[in-house]
Design a binder for this molecule. Structure first.
Ligand code: PGA
Length: 247
């Protein structure tokens, strides 16, 4: 794994945006897998600045998001559809038909999961996938114990994940307990993966991912088996390992 060590959240965001920007500009990546959560917010801000400063048109780019909460409509303020609109899509010219997320309100979720897998295949697969990491080692909503060959499916969120995400919901509002997520098998088929990590609460998971046994108990360890992964992580996220001994 290629590890880019940075100082802090701001530098991680800038470097992560630069990574995706270069992928897009080179024409290498036409299908970009996107992530949500607290970590990528700064990355998207920098990406928008770079795209607009360089007057880049993205009309031939497709985006494919990792996941969506079950029970939240596309226009719910806490849905990942809204997150993507607020943080990225409203500022750039990727056509709405090219922005793909699973639906959180499908009538038939089995069919929705199959549709999403088909869609990714029809696009020719994800060229570059952006990932965050959960403090419990999850990637997308693939919680500990998720199968390495899993495809897009409905999952129950781990109590720790529900707790971590409750900060985005108003008091009294129910935090969704299920989601549709790309599976680990789906994610591993991406041509290139870039993971961003910031903060000491991610340090143990980052250490496990880089140095631990490859096991479904810590989903991110599967990335040791992918041959094109770049981790951009700040000092706190890397505080439990000696990077020199890994590379
Ligand atoms: P976070 O989530 O960016 O909100 O910490 C990352 C993740 O759970 O993948």
């Amino acid at each position: 794994m290629n590890i880019i060590q940075v100082q802090d959240y701001e530098e991680m965001s800038e470097q992560g945006a630069e990574f995706l920007f270069r992928e897009i500009m080179s024409g290498r990546s036409k299908v970009i897998g996107l992530a949500t959560g607290g970590t990528p917010v700064g990355l998207y801000k920098h990406l928008v600045e770079k795209i607009n400063a360089n007057e880049v048109s993205l009309t031939d780019v497709h985006t494919v998001n990792l996941d969506e909460y079950i029970g939240l409509s596309d226009d719910h303020p806490n849905s990942y559809h809204q997150y993507m609109f607020q943080n990225l899509f409203q500022y750039i010219d990727i056509p709405s038909a090219n922005r793909h997320l699973p639906s959180g309100t499908a009538a038939d979720f089995s069919e929705e999961c199959r549709r999403y897998e088909r869609l990714i295949q029809q696009l020719g697969g994800v060229d570059t996938q952006l990932l965050g990491i959960g403090a419990n080692g999850h990637i997308a909503f693939n919680e500990p114990g998720s199968p390495f060959d899993g495809r897009t499916r409905v999952v129950d969120l781990a109590p720790a994940t529900i707790e971590a995400n409750s900060r985005y919901f108003n008091e009294g509002e129910t935090v969704p307990s299920q989601a549709v997520t790309m599976g680990i098998g789906t994610i591993m088929e991406s041509g290139r993966i870039v993971m961003i990590a910031s903060g000491k609460e991610k340090a143990a998971a980052v250490k496990e991912m880089l140095t631990g046994e490859v096991t479904e108990d810590c989903p991110a360890t599967v990335l040791q088996k992918h041959d094109d992964v770049t981790l951009i992580a700040d000092a706190e996220a890397l505080s439990e390992i000696d990077v020199k001994n890994i590379q």
